[in-house]
Design a protein around this ligand. Structure first.
Ligand code: GRF
Length: 201
């Protein structure tokens, strides 16, 4: 079974959706580590409740991003993490992690990228008065929400949509979409591993 780490900074409802899908058997993976850059965030409570090891790590305690990410990398390697799932991690991934996990880091973003990248995508959509927005799952590169798109789902805005009501709709879609997309990606990774094994005989 593939070992993953989830990176999150906030409430962690997507973290929870992934755990719930693993527990119900619809997602095959082991969450070997939660990485949280905001010690005290509610997501760490969720990890505790499910006995998932958590690394709470404050970037301000490190002299540079490289050293911060090297600390994370050490834990990831100790736990033999193969794949990184960003779920509300409010920080760009730097070269230290990208070098090791390139093509094996994904993110979920609450808009139809390339529309509304960066912070407060939901507020941006409301301000732009769009009628359709949605959710994007994409690979992570060095840019801000710029990596190759894997899957998208739409959400329709009503006449009097508010940030709160759109947030709720988006979350509902995310909690379905992310575990489904992850299962597809993990199937592909397992197939690749099997092929590699077969070719070494
Ligand atoms: C989600 O809307 C996700 O798209 C964005 O951050 C939010 C995290 O929510 N990247 P939660 O912490 O999983 O509830």
């Amino acid at each position: 079974m593939i070992k993953i780490a989830i990176f999150a900074s906030g409430s962690g409802s997507n973290f929870q959706a992934i755990i719930d899908n693993i527990q119900s058997g619809s997602l095959e993976a082991e969450v070997a580590l939660l990485v949280c850059d905001r010690p005290g965030a509610f997501v760490t409570e969720r990890a505790k409740q499910h006995s998932i090891p958590a690394l709470s790590i404050a970037p301000k305690n490190y002299p540079s991003k490289v050293e911060y990410e090297e600390s994370i990398l050490k834990e990831l390697q100790e736990k033999e993490v193969e794949f990184i799932v960003l779920a509300g991690y409010m920080r760009l991934i730097g070269s230290t992690l990208l070098k090791v996990y390139e093509g094996k880091i994904v993110n979920i973003h609450p808009s139809l990228l390339p529309a509304f990248p960066g912070k407060d995508a939901i507020g941006q959509a409301i301000a732009a008065n769009v009628k359709i927005s949605g959710v994007t799952v994409h690979y992570v590169d060095a840019g801000m929400d710029t990596g190759p798109i894997i899957e998208q789902a739409t959400v329709f805005l009503s006449e009097n949509e508010t940030t709160e009501s759109l947030q709720k709709k988006i979350h509902e879609v995310e909690h379905q979409l992310y575990p489904t997309v992850l299962q597809h990606l993990f199937n592909k990774l397992e197939e690749k591993k099997d092929e590699q094994k077969a070719s070494t005989y």
